[in-house]
Structure formats: C-alpha cells, structure tokens
Design a protein around this ligand. Structure first.
Ligand code: C2E
Ligand code: MG
Ligand code: MG
Length: 723
C-alpha cells in the first residue's frame, strides 16, 4: 500500500561502478597491448641491428684477409732465397688458418696449416673448391697482362679474389688469393698467395665478444629468430649463423618489473579505492534520491500516500477497472470531532491520533488498496476490485467498527468515530475528480446524518447539498441584514409559585420562500458552515437587550458546543453583558452534554470564568446524551434541565418516573436546581412538582412567545402578585 525508501535492484550506482570497472579494464588492456607492441618493435629493431652487425663483421673479417696478405707479402722478395723468413711469415705473421704459395705451374711451393709449417711441396687441399677460383684469377691476370705487358701487380690493379666458400671437410671459410708481386718478370708468371680463414667457433666467439652477441654459432637450419645466412659468390646459402637475440625491451622490463609491479599495485589500489568511493557516493546519492521520492509521494506524519500519489493511484485504478469487470470504491474519511480533540489535547496528541487512525485504516484495508492522507484529518481510500454495492457497504461498515475502540493517547483514552463518504464507479464512467467529488458529497451527508456512520453516493445527494448551500448563503445574508431572524421567548415558571422565573430565548428564521424554519434544522447548518459564532452572538445580544428592557428575572440562552471551541467565548459573552448593561446573574447559559464531553481544559476555563462573573450554567436536554449523573459531580453546573422526552413520560411510564425522581434527587443533593422542560399536561406538572422540580417549562404554561406577548405575560404576573 505504501512504499518505504529503498534503493532499486539494478541501481544506477551499480551501473556506474560497472562502467568504471569496464573502463579501467579497457584502459589496462590498451596499456598492456601498446606497451608490448612497443617492446616488440624495440626488440625487432635490436635484432635487425644485430643481424647487420654480424654481416658487417663477417664482411670486414674477409676484407681484412686481403689487407693482411698485402702487409705480409709486400717485402717477400725472392721466394726461393728467403725460405725460412717466408715460412715464418706464412705461419705466424699472416695468422690465417691455412696459407699456400702456389707456383705459376700450379704446384704448392709452401704451405702452412693451422699456424704450422707443413713442408715444402704439397698438394692443394680443397682444390675442388679453390681450383676454379684460381683459374678465374689466372685468366683475369693473363688478360690484364695481355692488355698491358708492362703491368705489375699492385693493389690498385685489383687482381685478387676474395670469396666465401664451403669446404668439404672443414666447414665454411673465406678465401683470399692474390699474386705475390715482384717474384716474376711477367705478371702472368707470378706465384699466388692463397689464404683461408675458417668461419669457426673462434672467429664467431671473437665477433660475439666484440659486439655483445650471445651464443653466436653455425647451424644448418635456423630455429631461433636471430639468424643470418652465409652465402657464397653465387648466392648459395652455405650455412646459417644463429645467436640468442638480445631483447633490450624485455631486459629493461625485467629490470623495472618489481618497481613496475609495485606501481601497478598502487594504481590498482587507487583505482579500487576510487571505485569504492564512487560506489559509496552514488549509493548515498541514490538513497537520498529514493528518500526524496518517498517524501514527495508520502505523508511524513503517517507514512501514508500523499495527495500526489493518491491521484496517480486513483487514475491507475480507474484505468484498470475499465478493463476488469469490477468497480473502484473511493472512500473519503473524516475523523469526527477532530478539531475539538486537537484544540483540547494539543497538537502532539492530535498528531498521535492521526498516526493511530492511519495505522488502523492500513491494517483493515487489503494490500491492493491505497490509503492516503490528503491533509489535516482528511483521509481517502482507493479500494479496487469491488463487485457490488453490498460489498462496498460492508467494507465501510467494517472500517467504522474497526476504528471505534477507544484510543489511548498518552495517559488518556479518547473515543474516536469516523464519518465515511463512499463512491462506487466503473473505470470509464467519470473522471478522478468526479469520483472524489462524489465521495465528498457522500461524506457531507454522512456528517449531516449525525456522524459515526457512512453514506454511499447517490445522485439525490447532489440536490440536497445544493439546497443546503443555497440555504447557507441565505442564512449568512439574513444574519448580515437581520431580516427574517428573530427570537421568541418561552417562559420558565417556578413550580410552587407558578410565577415566571425566567424565559428561554429560542431563535426563529422566517424564510422568504420556505416559511418559518425550526432551529433544529438551521442551527446544525450554522454549525457546519462556521456561522454559529456570529449567529450565537446575535442571539445573545438580542436576548440581553430584551431582558434589560423588561423585568424578566432571568434570560436563558442556548450556546452550541461548537461555540465552546472558541477560546474567546467567555470574553465575548461578558463583553455583550457589559455592552447591553444586563447584570450577569440575570443570564443563564444553556449547554448540552456535547459541551461537557469535550472535557477540555479550555472548556472548563470558559465555564469557570462565566460562573465567577455570576452567569449561571444550565445543562440542557439532560438524559438524552452520554452524561450520567455521576458525570455531574465533576462539573460545576447550576441547573439541570430534564429533557422533554422524560417529562412527557413521567405520568405514563413508572420506570421513567423512577429515573426522573433519581435525577432530581441527585441534582438537588449536588446543590443544583432542576427544570423540567416539555411539560404538556396537569398530571406531568403535579408529578414533577411533587418530585421536587424547581422550575417547569412547557406548552402547558406557555409556548415560545413573541417579545410583546412575554411582556404581557410578565405584567399579568406582576398584577397577580400585586393583587
Ligand atoms: P431546547 O433548548 O431544548 O429548547 C426547547 C425546545 O423544546 C424548543 O424547541 C421549544 O419550542 C420546545 N418545547 C418547549 N416546550 C415544549 C412542550 O411542551 N412540548 C414540546 N413538544 N416542545 C416544547 P425549538 O424552539 O424548536 O428549539 C429546538 C432546539 O434548538 C432547542 O432545544 C435548542 O437546543 C436549539 N436552539 C433554539 N434556539 C437556539 C439558539 O438561539 N442557539 C442555539 N445554539 N440553539 C438554539
Ligand atoms: Mg434550551
Ligand atoms: Mg432542551
């Protein structure tokens, strides 16, 4: 029926946190991908550089062979004469793995293998590989010599062969072949110096050491990323050189990894803290939004739906009932006498009462109903799914009964009753405003019918209400102009003396169209429409003026319980007394039990002030309400007026006779005087007088009289007395 402030399942906060988390993950992925891409690029570049370095070093090693040959052989001179020196140079100074001196005839004149002199005459090892190179060189030399017979060998002539080759037995290596120069008279007769340097582990180790390349070695099939081919003059791959590529980016990462891990952890923690904070903040925001929504739709005092929510639900219910085969029941609820309770017991008690009533309404209504507080003591209930008018009446009846047990507010027990106005409609029949209006009209009728009950809307009610509205306007008008309103006075007689002891002022309204209207009808209207205060004052002033202008011993004026809710009532009465010049002890205020039942400190104060000023108080219509005789003890009342329903049965019903006797005796014991009203015959007069009634009032003696008639009666009284 009502909501309590809470956050929804798929909350915005959860969405925000999810979005932030996904964003964080995406960011992390982007960072990781771009960093690893950059690392790969750096490592690739490093690998390419290493490849270049190795290729360049091999090239340089081969080129250096020719230079070595030139440096070693430039001063060889006569090969045959300086044999020892030649051998030394071949073996140690040249420093190549193998070296041969080849005669123009193709014989090996000298040979050095792995730095050792290898004898005088040798066959050329690896001739299968070397011979074609030698032949080609010889051919080039021969051509050059033929072109220029004076040509002598020098480096500028470029008559040398530098090759990379694969050997049958000892792997791969470089070969450098050149004419020795200066040993023969003809260039074509020159001896050739052949050097071989193997691409062996020593060479690779040296290169690796020089350029920081790890694990450089030869393989027939490369398996790692770091490799370069070794090719011969024709482009055939002889072998592959492989090494363990240095990965600077990875190495760097390895080095900074601990610091990076710590940093990432911190960033992660910061991120998590941020997410938590975000979540908490958005939860708080959501909670406060839920609170705001709750309070925008609920009454803070009772927790019931407020008017805004009520109107929404009414529309929803209407739309729903339009489809369903049922009707919607709207009940307007009013707490009877709430204003009195609120004024008498204070606002805190009033609030507690509202809360209690709200609770009872909520408990009694089913889940699908909406109970709302529309303001003040105005409640309304939307009850969908009603099948019949009988069901609607039954629901209203139960509601009234359920709320009726007295409430305990603080230490007091307060009787509370409800007036309900109900309207039953089919969804598409009328607008929500019209349903509400009908329920209000019904509520108005329920109140008129005496409260503590309910009324179900009937179109006839509209007519009644309209009439009352017109009457209300006419009454206001009459009060304003003084036209049509007048007082009549019913004398009250001393039971023993038979003389006029006073008179009761009774209001009359001569309606231009309806004729003479009874106060029973229009006083209730005046109470209803808040005209009772000015009307009551008008009556009081009128009655006092009359009393002052006559020798009437005492004038009694009826004061409505509604007038007693006005804290300034005593003050107003005393002012009117002063203004009209009537002595306070000539005024009697007639109150009803309804006034006593208010039982508020304010009411008690009003009574006390009036009595202290000398005004006497009479309790009217005694016996018709709730006030028991014991009740009288607590209140300072001067006179009891036994209601005419008792007076008139005194002769006819012995039981009533007993009750009346008891009333009179008790009142007299409490020091009160007693008036019996509505005395219509001699029998009643005699019995009531015998029982001890002080005063009598009724048609037997006089009907309510016009002022002149009362004056006449008074003067008759006087003349009797004088006589
Ligand atoms: P109430 O104060 O009990 O007034 C007595 C009512 O009984 C009067 O009716 C009076 O005409 C009627 N009555 C008197 N003797 C007899 C009798 O022998 N037989 C019968 N059947 N009736 C008798 P009324 O004037 O119609 O007044 C009705 C009620 O309206 C009054 O009852 C009083 O409560 C209220 N009322 C009248 N005037 C005023 C007024 O100025 N202010 C307020 N607040 N209420 C008034
Ligand atoms: Mg009266
Ligand atoms: Mg009366």
């Amino acid at each position: 029926m009502t909501l309590s402030p809470s956050t929804g399942g798929h909350s915005v906060s959860a969405q925000i946190v999810w979005a932030a988390a996904v964003l964080a993950v995406c960011l992390a992925v982007v960072v990781v991908v771009s960093v690893s891409w950059a690392m790969e690029r750096i490592d690739d570049r490093a690998l390419a550089e290493q490849r270049q370095t190795i290729t360049a070093s091999l090239f340089e090693a081969r080129a250096r062979m020719a230079a070595d040959q030139a440096a070693t052989m430039v001063s060889i001179g006569e090969i045959t004469s300086e044999t020892d020196e030649l051998d030394r140079r071949l073996t140690t100074a040249l420093g190549h793995d193998r070296a041969y001196i080849l005669t123009p005839e193709g014989k090996v004149l000298r040979a050095s293998v792995e730095g050792r002199f290898a004898g005088k005459v040798f066959t050329l090892a690896d001739s299968f590989v070397l011979q074609p190179i030698i032949d080609r060189l010889r051919l080039r030399i021969a051509r050059a010599a033929f072109d220029d017979p004076s040509l002598r060998f020098n480096d500028a002539a470029g008559l040398l062969a530098l090759r990379t080759v694969g050997f049958a037995d000892s792997g791969q290596g470089f070969v450098s072949i050149r004419p020795i120069g200066g040993t023969a008279s003809k260039l074509s007769d020159e001896h050739l110096l052949i050097s071989i340097k193997l691409i062996d582990q020593t060479m690779l180790h040296d290169i690796g050491k020089q350029f920081g390349i790890a694990n450089l070695r030869r393989v027939s099939h490369p398996t790692s990323a770091g490799w370069v081919p070794v090719t011969n003059h024709d482009g055939d791959i002889l072998t592959y050189l492989v090494w363990t590529p240095s990965k600077p980016a990875q190495a760097l990462l390895g080095e900074v990894a601990p610091a990076l891990a710590v940093m990432l952890l911190m960033v992660g923690l910061a991120m998590a803290a941020l997410l938590l904070w975000l979540r908490r903040t958005s939860l708080t925001m959501e909670a406060s939004r839920a609170h705001a929504t709750y309070f925008a739709l609920h009454d803070p005092l009772t927790g019931l739906a407020n008017r805004a929510l009520f109107e929404t639900r009414l529309k929803q219910a209407k739309d729903y009932e339009f489809l369903a085969e049922t009707k919607v029941l709207l009940i307007s609820v009013d707490i009877d006498r709430f204003k009195e309770i609120n004024d008498s017991w204070g606002h805190a008690a009033g609030d507690q009462l509202l809360r209690e009533i709200a609770k009872r309404l909520m408990i009694e209504m089913p889940e699908e109903a909406t109970v709302a507080r529309l303001g003040g003591d105005e409640f309304a209930i939307i009850h969908p799914g009603i099948l019949s008018e009988g069901q609607a009446r039954w629901i209203c009846q139960r509601l009234i009964q359920y709320v009726r047990p007295p409430l305990t507010i603080g230490s007091e027990r307060i009787d509370v009753t409800l007036s309900l106005g109900a309207a039953l409609v089919k969804g598409n029949e009328v607008t929500p405003e019209e349903i509400l209006r009908r329920a209000d009209v019904a509520l108005y009728c329920a109140k008129l019918a005496g409260r503590d009950g309910f009324a179900l809307y009937d179109p006839e009610m509209d007519r009644e209400k309209r009439e009352r509205r017109t009457l209300e306007i006419e009454l206001r008008n009459a009060l304003l102009t003084g036209e049509g309103l007048h007082l009549v006075y019913q004398p009250i007689y001393g039971s023993l003396s038979g003389k006029i002891a006073g008179a009761e002022a009774l209001i009359r309204w001569m309606h231009p169209a309806r004729g003479l209207l009874s106060p029973d009808y229009f006083i209730a209207l005046a109470e209803e429409c808040d005209i009772i205060d000015p009307l009551g004052e008008w009556v009081l002033r009128e009655a006092c003026q009359f009393a002052v202008s006559s020798n009437l011993p005492r004038i009694a004026v009826n004061v409505s319980p509604v007038q007693f809710q006005n804290a300034r009532l005593a003050e107003r009465i005393l002012t009117i007394l002063t203004e009209t010049g009537l002595a306070p002890d000539r005024l009697e205020v007639e109150i009803t039990e309804g006034v006593l039942l208010q039982n508020s400190p304010q009411m008690q104060e009003t009574l006390r002030t009036l009595r202290q000023a000398g005004v006497s108080i009479a309790l009217d219509d005694f016996g018709t309400g709730y006030a028991s005789i014991s009740y009288l003890r607590s209140y300072a009342v001067d006179k009891l007026k036994i209601d005419k329903s008792y007076s008139q049965l005194v002769g006819a019903d012995p039981a009533v006779g007993h009750i009346v006797r008891l009333m009179i005796e008790t009142a007299r014991a409490l020091g009160m005087r007693v008036t019996a009203e509505g005395v219509e015959n001699e029998d009643q007069r005699r019995k009531l007088t015998d029982m001890g009634c002080t005063y009598l009032q009724g048609y037997l003696f006089a009907r309510p009289l016009a002022p002149e008639d009362l004056r006449d009666a008074l003067s008759r009284d006087l003349s009797q007395k004088l006589a």
